[in-house]
Design a protein around this ligand. Structure first.
Ligand code: CA
Ligand code: CA
Length: 659
């Protein structure tokens, strides 16, 4: 069966490209009138066409799947026969990079066609919204008559915000709007166009009877069936294999791994990937059953680099080696959460029988902002003018078919928290922190980013730094009309949606001020980690406000003890002790138990601790004294947490003594 789609409204298209479609598959093209425009112009004249073939688009994105965690990428652990077959039938990319290295920012790059110097969602707090009216892939496709459905984790705006998916082109979005909600596969409800869809028998966390991912996949499949007779966009930003690592024991994929001599969590993770693999096969099978295969382009990818999950002494890069070539042992530096290659390399496949040549492997360098202009060209509509992307249609379908060679980026750009990175050809410049120097790597010979060429290649570095300056604009986030539903969704992760929200008006304790040094001239010299994406920065420990706190990084990369916070007092002082105030909100995560204090004359060198202490599980001011000592730098080293967790947090740090 070949389906003809009446165009609901005049649309624009690249005539040369449509000419090629017409000659390649005349049966699916109706009357086509093209205007004469220079072929290098992607988006040209309005078509007076009555009919035009427009492919269905299925975009499946797995959450956290690492570059080397598919069997077609060489994984010796994880079986993915369906995805491997998809790669054989389509194209596999070796240098398709994520828009960012964590969930929400990368989704925003994908949806809006912008890089992270221009996006509205650059924080990974979970519900940060798109601005009202921002164009997305879904709104673009909706405007040209596509049915638009999303199923999975949205991450571009919590309920009650300007960023909800149904305000950005989705007829239907079912799943999780907030990323904290999405940690549970057994939440009491999912969200469907901002309304709650109850999941029977679920109590949050790992406790329940209805596996949310099955509900999400079923809804995606139903959407494809329901819209078989019109062009559709089915976006599947599914949550596996992201943790909590849950998969029902009855799932056939669990049977493949249950008896492996591996850590339990590593088995669950592998099973979740194989479950996704089976479901990719089911989606492709449904398209075949509905005779839509030849008119549907299917993408499959990860959302950010692998996280080196389940590290141990034998597997320092994670049990399944997400960022380590299984045969050569060559590693990508860094993980999810960094802008080294380990944070950005993702698996990426595309399949369109009869259009995309089978079995190709492409090293074309591209990233998430390119998806929007690519789909725009495929469906014959102009891409939004503020996209930072470049259509990869020539790479996908061939230069002859597209009517022009593939263009390449002058540069690709990423920023995340304090990190900045630029890629131009094989050069990659990265600045891990504004206070650290730029690094420069030649990825052609150094994919592991081990040999810093910043000093050897100053001209290259200054060119890439200029790109970074050009690319960054200050972020303008969307807004919340009200946050109640969003906060409810976050509590629903653990089934606490009906419990009262912790009040922000709770009176906060303060540090006992007796004998404290003034903190006016203090600054943070360094911190071993900080949860910048959640706005819990090291500087919050010395800002004088008991309601703000420093927290060690906990998502997306978990930093573990010891956690160090080094403070520059601005001048040498006489020190006789230290005061500590635990976080003053409802939580205890990171509240310090065992702790050491150090004093020194340099932020990088300390001798033996001058005080060791085990703080109580208390929200009031606590202190420890030491023998009188002179020094300009103070280090707090947290060794354990009151509940035994891996974090550290400090609302306020005080130093007892005299200037
Ligand atoms: Ca992710
Ligand atoms: Ca504070």
């Amino acid at each position: 069966m070949t389906i003809q789609y009446p165009a609901p409204m005049p649309i624009r298209c690249h005539p040369t490209f449509l000419d090629r479609i017409r000659s390649a598959s005349a049966a699916i093209i109706g009357v086509l009138v093209t205007a004469s425009v220079p072929s290098q112009h992607l988006h040209a004249q309005p078509l007076a066409a009555e009919r035009v073939a427009r492919p269905n688009i299925v975009y499946i994105m797995a959450d956290e799947l690492g570059y080397y965690e598919l069997s077609c990428m060489g994984s010796p652990h994880i079986a993915t026969p369906q995805i491997d077959a998809m790669a054989q039938e389509g194209i596999r990319f070796t240098q398709a990079l994520a828009g960012s290295s964590v969930c929400a920012p990368t989704r925003c790059c994908l949806m809006t066609g912008k890089h992270s110097g221009h996006t509205s969602v650059r924080s990974n707090g979970g519900g940060t919204p798109l601005r009202a009216g921002e164009v997305t892939i879904a709104s673009m496709l909706h405007d040209v008559g596509y049915a638009t459905g999303g199923f999975g984790k949205w991450g571009c705006g919590g309920r009650g915000s300007t960023g909800v998916p149904e305000a950005h082109g989705f007829d239907l979005f079912l799943g999780y709007y907030d990323q904290v909600h999405a940690h549970s596969y057994y939440p009491p409800y999912l969200v469907r166009n901002s309304k709650e869809l109850a999941l029977p028998g679920n109590h949050g966390g790992s406790d329940g009877e209805t596996y949310s991912h099955y509900v999400i996949m079923d809804a995606g499949m139903e959407f494809i069936r329901d819209n078989r007779n019109q062009p559709f966009f089915c976006y599947l930003p599914i949550t596996p294999p992201h943790g909590i690592f849950d998969i029902p024991d009855e799932d056939p994929a669990w049977q493949l791994y249950r008896d492996k001599p591996w850590p339990e969590q590593a088995k669950r993770y592998a099973a979740m990937v194989s479950m996704v693999d089976r479901q990719v096969g089911e989606v492709l099978g449904l398209l075949r059953e509905l005779d839509l295969e030849k008119n549907t382009i299917v993408f499959f990818c990860g959302d950010n680099g692998g996280n080196d999950y389940f590290r141990d002494a034998q597997h320092p890069r994670g049990f399944h080696g997400a960022n380590k070539h299984p045969e050569t042992g060559v590693e990508f530096r860094g993980t999810k959460g960094t802008l080294y290659e380990g944070g950005l390399r993702i698996p990426m496949l595309a399949r369109w029988p009869g259009k995309i040549a089978a079995g190709r492997v492409s090293d074309h360098l591209w990233y998430f902002p390119d998806v929007l202009p690519t789909l725009a060209e495929l469906v014959g509509t102009p891409a939004t003018k503020d996209t930072d992307g470049i259509s990869i249609v020539p790479e996908l379908l061939g230069a002859e078919f597209a009517g022009r060679p593939q263009s390449t980026h002058d540069y690709l750009y990423w920023e995340l928290g304090n990190q900045t990175a630029v890629r131009a050809e094989n050069w990659k410049a990265i600045r891990p922190h504004p206070k650290k120097p730029w690094e420069l790597y030649d990825l052609a010979v150094d994919v592991s980013e081990a040999n810093n060429l910043a000093a050897a290649e100053p001209d290259v570095l200054s060119r890439l730094k200029a790109y970074a300056d050009e690319a960054h604009e200050p972020v303008v986030e969307g807004t919340f009309h009200h946050r109640d539903m969003h906060e409810r969704d976050r509590r629903a992760k653990l089934g606490n949606q009906d419990k009262p929200a912790p009040t922000t008006k709770t009176k906060a304790n303060v540090l006992d001020p007796t004998g404290l040094l003034s903190n006016k001239a203090w600054r943070v010299a360094r911190a071993s980690s900080e949860a910048t994406a959640n706005g819990r920065n090291a500087a919050d420990a010395i800002d004088g406000d008991p309601r703000t706190h420093w927290h060690s990084q906990f998502q997306e990369t978990l930093a573990r003890h010891p956690h160090d916070l080094v403070v520059d007092l601005g001048q040498t002082a006489t020190i006789r002790g230290f005061r500590y105030l635990a976080r003053q909100d409802g939580g205890w995560n990171g509240a310090i138990a065992k702790c050491e204090f150090y004093v020194g004359d340099s932020p990088d060198k300390f001798g033996r601790p001058v005080a060791t202490v085990k703080f109580e599980k208390s929200k009031t001011s606590q202190e420890v004294s030491c023998d009188e000592i002179m020094g300009r730098y103070v280090m707090l080293r947290a060794l354990s947490e009151v509940n035994g967790g891996p974090w550290a947090s400090v609302a306020e740090l005080g130093v007892i003594g005299e200037q």
